[in-house]
Design a protein around this ligand. Structure first.
Ligand code: DGL
Length: 257
């Protein structure tokens, strides 16, 4: 069983990528909708939320957990690995995606949450293997709200998106890493303002790395369980635009207390 978690619907973009890559297994997804957004929280807060999520996955019988959330991959992966690695294998997004940029010569943009950008996790991970790589990180925290609350059509959302893409264009970025799992949903809108900039989804890079490992342990049949920490209905409504959620969405037991 594979666990995936995020602060909300963003991680469904990772679940979709896993399923589209042909992994057939039992999936358990947790959206921490009570605590969304993670990108404005402290490291201690995120550590406390994600420890509960790991315990929940372990109790449910998951043998691995994909951190379908860049913010927690940036801030708390090491702590979670130290604490839980004897019980569950944990796959963080940024650390698996970064090696794919080891030969990159062009300026790369990273759009991410405030916390991810403040941590410079992408810059640190990429420059470990490619010290001269020019990386421009820019927080785009409001994109999370645009996706969670379905505000795509609002004029203020479009102006904000346009402004952020202008920033990357002016900085000379030819590629932009979608450094938050909520952002792949906005790519069709980004493309209207982005000229020839290429968008890269780290989830695809993570899966390239771990696909064989996942296949070896997979059950061979897809099944899905969806849990949240509040408002299952809203999750289903926002999430269904991105993933075909046929199952009921439930409140996780630990979130009820
Ligand atoms: N989707 C998450 C990420 O990849 C968290 C976004 C948020 O809740 O601020 O960083």
């Amino acid at each position: 069983m594979i666990g995936l978690f995020d602060s909300g619907v963003g991680g469904l973009s990772v679940l979709k990528a896993v399923v589209n890559n042909g992994i057939k297994d039992n999936f358990i997804y947790f959206g921490d909708t009570k605590n969304v957004p993670y990108g404005t929280k402290t490291k201690d807060e995120i550590l406390s939320y994600t420890k509960d999520i790991m315990e929940f996955f372990i109790k449910k019988g998951a043998d691995c957990a994909i951190m379908a959330c860049n913010t927690s991959s940036a801030l708390v992966y090491e702590e979670l690995r130290r604490q839980f690695s004897d019980k569950i294998k944990i796959y963080p997004l940024i650390q698996y995606a970064a090696p794919y940029f080891k030969d990159e010569k062009q300026t790369i943009g990273v759009m991410a949450t405030s916390a991810t950008v403040k941590s410079f996790a992408y810059t640190k991970e990429i420059t470990k293997l490619n010290p001269c790589c020019n990386i421009i990180e820019q927080e785009c925290q409001k994109f999370v709200e645009i996706v969670e609350k379905r505000l795509y059509e609002d004029i203020s959302s479009l102006n904000y998106i346009k402004e952020k893409l202008e920033y990357f264009k002016n900085a000379g970025c030819k590629k932009i890493i979608l450094g938050c799992t909520h952002f792949p949903y906005l790519v069709p809108v980004f493309k209207k303002y982005a000229g020839s900039i290429e968008f890269i989804d780290p989830a695809e890079l993570l899966i390239k790395s771990i696909k064989n490992e996942l296949i070896i342990n997979a059950s061979g049949r897809n099944s899905f369980e969806f849990y949240v920490s509040s408002d299952p209905e809203n999750f289903k409504q926002s999430g269904s635009m991105f993933f075909d959620i046929k199952e009921d969405v439930s409140l996780a037991e630990f979130a009820k207390v």
